[in-house]
Design a protein around this ligand. Structure first.
Ligand code: UD1
Ligand code: CA
Length: 457
């Protein structure tokens, strides 16, 4: 089978984005447009992925420095889609089939493209077209009296009757590399825009007796290009609607499917309930029967079965054990690992914290660089003082210890098993098992004391 080379055209300026950021670095679903297209190419098992870049090329290349096996080809001057493909040709295996995609058409699906690639492997030229209510601006598919594709005419060159054609060129096509190279070499820029039109190869294929097959995509959003922020916003909503449909189909309840955003991959267990305005970023996994209240952000997290997350929680790079109870207004920062049944209450911040089975940190507390055992109760207003201004130090609280409210645990510090820290204490060092550690000053009652009175001026 001939290998597949995918050429992604991304040299356009994207002026209408009115942005300092190159267009293909703007995101849909939290992922740059170009990343979406590169991922689709990978799903098609492309042996080679070539990106033709121009404006902002260095920034784009840098953003994809971690992406393996991408060939970057510069098109210094944007002389047209035919010229752009010509720049990529030397990087391609002449025996491969080529699929041309656009860097600013992010939602095209591998399933839609597969038949085109298969067709190209059969020696045909495969085009992806779509019927639009308003085809203005696009290249039109011109067919002969028998309905066969004969050429593409660009909007600017089209006659009034051609402009009435509603089947348009998406720009996506597949054909054998050697044929493509021959036709591209024949292109000229003798047209109203002075550009080398890739679309002119259709007529050359017909001339050479190569069958041209048009595949029509049913969903226009899949081939919608992004030229401005309005289109970016519309396509984002389309994408999110699809994410919501997928979640619903997998058995999640979304109280409003229009008010959940997935910017990454979200895997849900059975009977998950997600309230409104919850944002998921990166890779998030929710176990069975997880309930999430309104206004939460959850990023790169694994949430166990039966966890309840109340409203307004921020959870970033954390693991939450089964049956845990989080929030409202809790902030779990990276490297937080909560065992089963842990309670984290309002205005509690955790960072690099391991909290054991059933332990409770219910109110107004900071737990950082800490290891907390099972059955521990951390009182309101407890602070792990982990930072001395230069270095971070660790707090260890062993099983069943009890930390009284408003305590400062000045790290490095270890609270032994079953030990108690009296409320309002400031503790450092080692507290032995079972003792009461208390640094609170004894109460003094001043009996003959009078409140100050306001002096007359
Ligand atoms: C092109 C097609 C048109 C089709 C439309 C679909 C041609 C001549 N016309 O129109 O039939 O209906 O796409 O959107 O091919 N690009 C480069 N280098 C260039 C020019 C363009 O890399 O020199 C890239 C752009 O970044 C973009 C894509 O090619 O990703 C399409 O360019 P654009 O100018 O948007 O398309 P049109 O030429 O208007
Ligand atoms: Ca365009």
């Amino acid at each position: 089978m001939q290998q597949l080379s995918v050429v992604i055209l991304a040299a356009g300026k994207g002026k209408r984005m009115a942005s300092d950021l190159p267009k293909v670095l703007h995101a849909i679903g939290g992922k740059p447009l170009l990343a979406q297209v590169l991922a689709t190419a990978s799903r098609l098992d492309a042996a080679t992925r070539v990106v033709v870049y121009g404006h902002g090329g260095e920034t784009v290349k840098k953003a994809f420095a971690d992406e393996p096996d991408v060939i970057w080809v510069e098109q210094a001057q944007q002389l047209g889609t035919g010229h752009a493909v010509a720049q990529a040709l030397p990087a391609l295996d002449a025996g491969s089939v080529v699929l041309v995609l656009y860097g600013d058409v992010p939602l095209i699906q591998a399933e839609t493209l597969q038949p085109l690639v298969a067709d190209a492997r059969q020696g045909r030229l495969a085009l992806l077209t779509v019927e639009l209510g308003d085809p203005a601006g696009y290249g039109r598919i011109v067919r002969d009296e028998r309905g066969r594709v004969s050429r593409i005419v660009e909007h600017k060159e089209a006659t009034p009757s051609e402009r009435n054609l509603r089947e348009i060129n998406t720009g996506i096509l597949a054909v054998a590399a050697d044929k493509l190279a021959g036709w591209v070499a024949e292109l000229d820029n003798d047209n109203s825009q002075g550009e080398y039109y890739l679309t002119d190869i259709i007529a050359l294929a017909v001339r050479d007796g190569v069958a041209v097959e048009a595949f029509t995509v049913a969903e226009p959003a899949e081939v919608q290009g992004i030229n401005d922020r309005q289109q970016l916003a519309e396509l984002e909503r389309f994408y999110q609607a699809r994410q919501a449909e997928r979640l619903l189909a997998n058995g999640a309840t979304l109280l409003d499917p229009a008010r959940v955003d997935v910017r990454g991959t979200l895997v849900t267990g059975k009977d998950v309930i997600i309230d409104v305005n919850v944002v998921f970023e990166g890779a998030v996994k929710l176990g069975d029967r997880v309930r999430i209240g309104p206004f939460c952000l959850i990023r790169d997290a694994v949430i166990g079965d039966d966890v309840e997350i109340l409203s307004h929680c921020w959870i970033d790079s954390a693991e939450v054990g089964a049956g845990a109870h989080i929030g409202p207004f809790a902030r779990l920062r990276p490297e937080t690992r909560l065992a089963a049944g842990v309670h984290i209450g309002n205005f509690v911040e955790t960072k690099k914290a391991e909290i054991g089975l059933g332990s409770k940190v219910n109110h107004l507390t900071y737990i950082g660089d800490a290891e907390i055992g099972a059955g521990v109760n951390v009182g309101a207003g407890t602070i792990t003082c982990n930072y001395d201004g230069a270095n971070k130090h660790k707090t260890v609280i062993e099983d069943n210890a009890f930390i009284g409210s408003n305590s400062s645990l000045v790290a490095p510090v270890r609270i032994g098993k079953n030990a108690t820290v009296g409320a309002g204490s400031s503790v450092s060092g080692e507290v032995p098992e079972g003792v009461l550690a208390l640094t609170r000053a004894p109460r003094k009652d001043v009996v003959h004391w009078e409140r100050p009175v306001k002096t007359k001026s």
